[in-house]
Design a protein around this ligand. Structure first.
Ligand SMILES: *Cc1c(COP(=O)(O)O)cnc(C)c1O
Length: 437
């Protein structure tokens, strides 16, 4: 029998319960009101609402729970844009805790005892790993490209191949960024073929620079041609113009067909821009490296102040770049690089363990890098296949587990899961099944 509306307690009576009385009053009051409203709706619909006090306590717990939460990534996509891209290395996290937990010399020159620049802290490390003369860090790579164009080409023309007018995701389109920076886009060549002569024909008195954009998330195959970077740089320099190379992923060592910042600069690019949280495996950031005089123009531009990175980002990036100085250590300790490098047998062993713990079946899968990096790379991987009904229960559990539903089953790909996370996933599966029962 459903209780009547009159049987519901008053707000005051609910607030008098010690469990609600112990909470800050505005929070408790709001929770009690929401709980009573839900209870009334349920009763009107002929459903038993349960104990209103329990409803209020659940409401309180829900509003205390952070919105931004850790998720176990069982999708097999390593740099998953929706799941926070790159997990940080322990050393990067240590640096964040140390710098964020106290004061720092963020903008203070300890030797001079005077004001310093936040851009000085990482410039040396970036120079060392890229071979550049100068470097600068901003909030993300979109900001890096925007700042470079605004500082070097505002009110003037930027030449881009039609094969590189890309959209990266969530509406970030190169032509739009170019327009917003105040520069004018001049398209050269065709979608599949662009030659040096196409650029040279388009160069005029209004040209400020040549922009090359890494195709990131797609490749043109078949009857396709793009100039070699070294030839493009030579053409730009023949006309006294700089070449800016938007690398996107920011690989620091050789990874598939991703260009490294060092190789691009060595081939003649005057500035390179790349992300901190794709193949670099660090925090969200945009790094610009290249000729000192150009970097200095970016640093002095008013947008630099609006786009610069905060101290937590700089701390995490400094920790990540310190690891990158030693490629062997980077492969062991930077999670994205470790997951990329892991031998299939080790991945398989984790899938076997998860299957044994959950009663699932091991299945071969293909993991991807994601984040627009190495779009053609297929990483041999393994998943634990379970009943599809668990998908929503796992997503809404604690901690949430996100897998992929395919052919009526839930696949939990283990390539992006750490060894110790396997036990957490198994516990989450057990909890989800218990909730479902
Ligand atoms: C990813 C990417 C960007 C944007 O980088 P964010 O760090 O996401 O802002 C810009 N250009 C290219 C070529 C990219 O691949």
């Amino acid at each position: 029998m459903t209780p009547s509306l009159r049987s519901l307690p008053s707000v005051d009576r609910m607030l008098a319960d010690p469990r609600l009385a112990a909470e800050p009053r505005p929070l408790a009051l709001a929770a009690a009101r929401v709980a009573l409203e839900r209870a009334r709706e349920a009763i009107r619909a002929g459903i038993d609402p349960g104990d209103p006090l329990e409803l209020a306590l659940a409401e309180l717990a829900a509003c205390r729970r952070p919105s931004l939460r850790r998720v176990l990534n069982a999708t097999g996509v390593l740099v998953h844009t929706n799941l926070g891209r790159a997990p940080l290395a322990p050393l990067a996290l240590e640096r964040v805790a140390e710098i964020g937990g106290g004061y720092s010399n963020l903008e203070y020159d300890l030797d001079a005892g005077a004001r310093g620049s936040r851009q000085d802290h990482l410039a040396g490390l970036v120079r060392r790993v890229t071979g550049a003369e100068g470097a600068l860090v901003v909030n993300n790579n979109a900001a890096a490209v925007m700042l470079a164009l605004a500082a070097l080409a505002e009110g003037r023309e930027v030449l881009v191949s039609r094969g590189e007018l890309i959209e990266i995701g969530d509406g970030f389109r190169i032509p739009d960024v170019l327009t917003r920076s105040g520069a004018r886009l001049v398209e050269v060549g065709t979608t599949n073929r662009t030659r040096i002569a196409d650029y040279e024909r388009a160069i005029g008195p209004e040209t400020a620079l040549l922009l090359r954009v890494h195709q990131s998330n797609f490749r043109v195959v078949g009857f396709a041609e793009q100039p070699r970077l070294a030839d493009l740089a030579e053409a730009a320099h023949r006309h006294g113009l700089p070449l800016v190379d938007d690398l996107g992923s920011g690989a620091l060592s050789d990874l598939g067909d991703e260009p490294t910042a060092a190789s691009s600069l060595a081939a003649g690019a005057d500035l390179v821009c790349f992300s901190g949280d794709k193949l670099l495996g660090g925090p969200q950031a945009g790094i610009v490296a290249g000729r000192a005089e150009l970097v200095e123009r970016l640093r002095r531009h008013p947008l630099q102040r609006a786009l610069r990175a905060d101290k937590l980002t700089l701390a995490a990036l400094e920790g990540t770049l310190a690891l990158a100085l030693d490629p062997e250590r980077a492969r062991r300790e930077i999670p994205v690089l470790r997951m990329l490098d892991e031998a299939p047998a080790a991945v398989r062993a984790r899938a076997d363990r998860l299957a044994a713990l959950t009663g699932g079946e091991v299945e071969e899968t293909v993991a991807r890098v994601g984040g627009g990096a190495l779009p053609l790379a297929e990483l041999a991987s393994f998943a634990c296949a379970l009943e599809e009904e668990l998908s929503a229960l796992l997503r809404t559990g604690e901690p949430p587990v996100v897998g992929i539903v395919r052919d009526g089953r839930l696949l939990l790909d283990v390539r992006a899961l750490r060894e110790d996370e396997i036990d957490e996933v198994a516990a989450a599966v057990a909890a989800a099944r218990a909730r479902d029962a």
